[in-house]
Design a binder for this molecule. Structure first.
Ligand code: ZN
Length: 168
């Protein structure tokens, strides 16, 4: 027991709970971006970049509005984060995104040297982290990205499902 009366073996557990709460809080911001994208008629995917414990960029999909096939939420957020930080390397940054990134975005994550990727739902039809391809953990890559999948996964997946269901 420490002098504060806390059991030391409980500390890692509490830290894990704190980390999970923090991840969920940032994912809710990404979900908010996804919601805004849906309202604009875009596929509802949202992303947030966190560096030094603060949000440096947040964005939703805007491929239709921008007439740009590369304007995925992750790409938009990475660009905005790099501009905000004045650096094309985001080595300290964490990227939160509602859906498992595609091959293009996984490539951009490596180019940006993102330290950690947190995502919501798996994308069985194009996910490039573990569903269709495993872009981030190819043995030839020098850069390693820490990945945490499944954060608010049901909510993130449901938003996408509802969107496509409503369009049918
Ligand atoms: Zn993408």
């Amino acid at each position: 027991m420490t002098e504060a009366g806390q059991s030391p073996e409980r500390a890692p557990e509490r830290a894990a709970e704190g980390a999970a709460e923090r991840d969920a809080a940032y994912m809710r911001l990404a979900l908010e971006e996804a919601r805004l994208a849906a309202e604009a008629g875009e596929v509802p995917v949202g992303a947030v970049v966190v560096a030094g414990g603060r949000v440096v960029a947040r964005a939703g999909n805007r491929t239709i509005a921008a007439n740009d096939p590369t304007a995925h939420a992750e790409m938009e957020a990475l660009r905005a984060a790099a501009t905000a930080l004045g650096n094309y390397r985001l080595t300290e940054a964490w990227l939160y995104v509602t859906i498992e990134p595609c091959a293009m975005c996984a490539g951009a994550i490596i180019q940006a040297r993102i330290a950690r990727l947190v995502y919501g739902a798996d994308d069985a039809k194009g996910g490039a982290v573990r569903s269709c391809f495993r872009v981030l953990d190819h043995p030839r890559l020098n850069h390693r990205v820490e990945v945490t999948p499944g954060v608010l996964g049901e909510e993130c997946g449901a938003m996408l499902k509802d969107f496509f269901a409503a369009r049918r």
